[in-house]
Design a protein around this ligand. Structure first.
Ligand code: DX5
Ligand code: ZN
Length: 227
């Protein structure tokens, strides 16, 4: 799955930018990744629930909300209730991630847990049994256009093993520095869902950039594709 991040899109034309990657007949973006930042958990400020609600009304592409905010225990539920498909919170910010996951699921969303590059996976394996997605950050959260931190691929491989052996049931998602070069190593490590901001919206043709990224994944992991 490919999830373009609108962080690198034109914020004055978000509906058009969503349409630019939607594609025809299922060929485009699988999810649209929306980065919510509060200038506290990360040193940047983006958008919040009103903009997500407007996007939900403007596109059919499932919305993947990545909440880089303090106190997600209080704020995340609103995104699920609004209709976001997946709502991801940071383990470094959540006081009670298991309760949060249950509430997100009860509101009809998938529940996602994200780990910053320096946050290990092992202490959270039991917690992750309550989640549908694991978002492995491959840059320090806060800004688009940073370089991929390949050290996090060990974490991806560990998560992949836990899923493949049945200990966890979740999608492994990666976010940060994904482009036509880095996506292959991420795919080989076992990522299911690739977030890409600048590589998609920095391209002349965002829809073509999505298709090219997907082609790269299929080329290196043909055994994981059933179509
Ligand atoms: C960064 C965000 C990412 C960002 C990725 O904190 O979480 O989703 O948009 O941008 P690129 O793909 O340019 O690294
Ligand atoms: Zn993100």
């Amino acid at each position: 799955m490919i999830a373009p991040s609108i962080l690198s899109a034109d914020f004055a034309r978000l509906a058009d930018e969503a349409a630019a990657v939607a594609g025809a007949g299922g060929a485009g973006a699988d999810w649209l990744h929306v980065d919510v930042m509060d200038a506290h958990f990360v040193p940047n400020l983006t958008l919040g629930l009103p903009v997500v609600e407007a996007l939900l009304a403007a596109t059919e592409v499932p919305i993947d909300c990545h909440l880089m905010i303090d106190d997600p225990d209080r704020w995340a539920i609103g995104y699920a209730e609004a209709g976001a498909h997946n709502v991801t919170v940071h383990v470094e910010a959540a006081a009670d991630p298991v309760a949060l996951a249950k509430n997100l699921r009860a509101a009809g969303a998938l529940a996602g847990l994200s780990l910053k590059p320096g946050t290990p996976l092992e202490p959270y394996v039991e917690t992750l049994r309550h989640f549908d997605t694991l978002l492995v950050m491959s840059v320090e959260p806060g800004f688009g256009g940073q370089s991929f931190i390949s050290d996090v691929l060990d974490k991806v491989r560990s998560a992949r093993r836990l899923v493949d052996t049945g200990h966890l049931r979740l999608l492994v998602e990666i976010d940060g520095g994904i482009n036509a070069e880095t996506i292959e190593a991420a795919a080989e490590a076992g990522v299911d869902c690739f977030v890409a901001g600048s590589a998609v919206y920095g391209a002349d043709d965002p829809a073509r950039a999505v298709a090219l990224l997907r082609d790269r994944v299929r080329a290196v992991t043909p055994h994981r594709w059933t179509e």
